[in-house]
Design a protein around this ligand. Structure first.
Ligand SMILES: [Zn+2]
Length: 423
């Protein structure tokens, strides 16, 4: 196998609005730590793969499309590319999310150009390499959906599900020198909250920089299925360091157990159509708006602002808002030797809940698997079926940031089937 690596700084060089929180004052006030796009380009028997880790919240479908088009001339097909966002909540606004910071068109163009150039550059410097993969467990992520008599709370719930496995891979030259480290774990990039107005890669960025200093080679974080998972501690830059240290500890443990993997790439990609709920009727929306607008704007809570913006958008774009399904991409980059998978990176274009990672891993055992979400686009939350009757932020509110309607509880069945898993 041959590998090339590249990285580019994507820190905004002028003031832009940030993404990740609706109730954040805008715009950014400075830079705490630089953010990067990092790419590993692999080639085996004429088949190639570009694995990108991008330190932003998420990318939109048409942005993914533009990157795909700009590297197509280098032979990359859409299924050969993993454009994975770390989901830092301290990055510039890129994907449009209602009330969550207005993306700057100049920054969007700069980012798309940077990612495309990084992929091309990585592909031009390929040399012989050996790939090894290992796994270890970490408790840095905790489920953040807590059932209570008052309903489902957005709070840490140590009894809730997480996928504790961290998978780490390393590419080395035949002489043993490290070319790149890739690590995958599912936990929101939210050590820093809405009051942080400095650009930061949050804990994934901090962990990547530590590993880069240690191995003197780019370190790529592939964010996992973290739709329902937050760090065990948060709110200050000290917690960023603490959580990142826990991540790098697990990377060390995983690398200590790493085994060489070899094979031929078999890449796949599929679009799944997920059914969505019908929005409320026009009369119901008008009534909701009237109720909110009967109070002075200064008294509006965050949810009133979101409901007002969302209701207006649904009324104004009634055709889009009444679409019956949303399309989401999933795919995988599989290393086959010769008939069976020895390593795979599965990707999902959504904020998938952690049970998805567990199902995928169970299904592929004993081969190690990385499962990365927020990849090649992001339709919003992809809860598991169990979460729908429970409700909560991810089920009842977040879709109003993303678009018009929530996907239905049937989604889990459809996605698992498309992944070849029977639930
Ligand atoms: Zn999120």
């Amino acid at each position: 196998m041959k590998a090339g690596v590249a990285k580019r700084k994507i820190t905004p060089d002028r003031t832009v609005e940030m993404s990740g929180y609706g109730f954040r004052e805008q715009p950014m006030q400075g830079v705490h730590d630089d953010i990067w796009v990092r790419c590993v380009s692999l080639e085996q028997d004429g088949r190639q793969v570009a694995i990108c880790s991008i330190e932003i919240l998420s990318l939109e479908d048409d942005q993914v499309q533009r990157i795909r088009e700009s590297v197509a001339s280098a032979g990359y097909r859409p299924e050969d590319m993993i454009l994975s966002c770390t989901h830092t909540h301290g990055g510039p606004a890129v994907q449009y999310l209602r009330l969550c910071g207005t993306p700057s068109p100049e920054y969007q163009d700069f980012l798309i150009e940077s990612i495309s150039q990084c992929i091309l550059e990585a592909g031009q410097s390929r040399q012989e390499c050996l790939l090894s993969v290992g796994a270890a467990s970490s408790g840095l992520g905790v489920n953040r959906r807590k059932p209570s008599p008052r309903g489902l709370l957005h709070e840490l719930n140590p009894d809730g599900h997480t996928e504790p496995e961290l998978v780490a891979a390393q590419l080395k030259r035949p002489d043993g020198e490290v070319m790149a480290t890739i690590f995958n774990y599912g936990c929101h990039g939210v050590c820093m909250g809405a009051d942080n107005r400095l650009i930061t890669g949050d804990w994934p960025g901090r962990a990547a920089r530590s590993l880069e200093a240690e191995f003197n080679a780019p370190a790529l974080f592939l964010q996992g299925c973290s739709g329902d998972v937050n760090p065990f501690t948060r709110d200050t830059y000290e917690t960023v360091d603490v959580v990142a240290a826990k991540a790098t500890d697990a990377v060390h443990a995983a690398l200590a157990k790493a085994r060489p993997v070899e094979g031929a790439f078999e890449n796949w990609r599929e679009t799944v159509a997920l059914p969505v709920e019908m929005p409320p009727s026009e009369a119901e929306l008008q009534a909701l708006l009237a109720r909110i607008q009967s109070r002075p704007k200064s008294e509006w809570q965050w949810m009133d602002k979101l409901d007002a913006a969302w209701s207006n958008a649904v009324l104004e774009n009634s055709r889009d808002a009444r679409r019956r399904e949303i399309e989401m991409e999933i795919g995988g980059v599989r290393l086959m030797s010769p008939q069976q998978s020895v390593f795979e990176i599965v990707w999902i274009g959504a904020e998938a809940f952690s049970t998805y990672a567990s199902h995928i891993k169970e299904n592929s055992r004993p081969a190690p698997v990385m499962v990365t979400a927020y990849t090649n686009g992001n339709i919003g939350y992809l809860p598991d079926a169990r979460a729908f009757p429970e409700g909560g932020y991810e089920v009842e509110e977040a879709y109003k940031l993303y678009g018009y309607q929530m996907i239905t509880a049937k989604s889990e069945d459809i996605v698992l089937k498309a992944l070849g898993i029977s639930a």
